[in-house]
Design a protein around this ligand. Structure first.
Ligand SMILES: [Zn+2]
Length: 277
């Protein structure tokens, strides 16, 4: 069944089951280097970070949350950051290490909290792709995607500069304004919390596409990511994922309520930047 809070091209349940079989096969071929439960069923979800069925469920939960909380009413920036030293070369099977708990991510979130508004919201992911250019394997750059509301473009830029070492060539920092429509926010959110395993092919002409990785590439991606749970690539400010449910943290939620009440009383005056006491 198609839900109205999902973007147009959302993976089907059936397609994730098919994909899971391929991934499970690749996990077994890696001889215990990484783990994923044999089965994932409706009354016993495996919650593996490798499981496309569980990730689809998480993505649905998140997109429903975005709609329920009317997050599209806020102003958002979509941010993409590539990080110096985070690229695994092709052929490298070593694990990357900490995902959402990576010290660089923690430093960035701490810095942004210092400068952003108290009701700031952020959700982000750490991910990687297998990159191929003109049919030559390039490597697997780990990188960050984030949606941020409650911080200015400049505050975001400075926070990145202060805390994240970035490669000097090839991948510029991107901070793009998201259109204030539910459709655009849902599309951006779905992109940030996307499925795990991708091959990105590029050509000299600038042509790019995302497709399913080949078995060897999938094996490398599995090994680099390492065994992890379904929420282990995602990080937040002002949002939490608890007992399988997304919510806005109580302190940010109460600031929203104050703002909304303020708005209904004085609908002709612009919203104050910070909530009044
Ligand atoms: Zn699962």
């Amino acid at each position: 069944m198609k839900h109205d809070y999902l973007p147009e091209a959302f993976e089907t349940f059936g397609s994730t089951k098919e994909r899971r079989k391929k991934i499970r096969k690749a996990v077994l071929a890696l001889d215990n280097k990484v783990k994923m439960e044999k089965k994932c069923s409706i009354d016993n979800r495996c919650h593996s970070g490798f499981c496309p069925t569980c990730l689809r469920l998480l993505r649905k939960k998140f997109l429903r949350f975005v709609q329920r909380e009317e997050l599209a009413k806020r102003e958002w920036y979509m941010v993409t950051v590539f990080v110096e030293g985070w690229t695994k070369p092709a052929g490298d099977f070593e694990p990357f290490g900490e995902l959402k708990n990576n010290p660089i991510i923690k430093k960035f979130l701490k810095q942004l909290r210092k400068v952003g508004q108290p009701d700031m919201l952020l959700f982000g992911s750490i991910e990687t792709v297998f990159k191929v250019r003109d049919n030559k394997p390039i490597g697997k750059p780990f990188h960050l995607h984030m949606l941020i509301s409650g911080a200015s473009k400049e505050q975001i830029r400075v926070s990145v500069r202060k805390t994240i070492p970035r490669p000097t060539i090839g991948v510029p920092l991107r901070i793009d304004h998201v259109q204030q429509t539910a459709k655009d926010l849902v599309r951006s959110s779905s992109y940030i919390l996307k499925q795990t395993f991708w091959l990105r092919s590029e050509s000299k002409k600038g042509f790019k596409k995302l497709e399913s990785p080949k078995p060897q590439q999938l094996a490398e991606l599995l090994s680099n990511l390492g065994t992890h749970q379904w929420g282990d690539r995602f990080f937040y400010i002002g949002i939490r994922f608890c007992y399988g449910k997304f919510s806005i943290t109580p302190n940010v939620k109460s600031m929203f309520t104050k703002k909304t009440n303020n708005k209904s009383h004085k609908s002709h005056t612009p919203l104050p930047k910070t909530p009044k006491k």
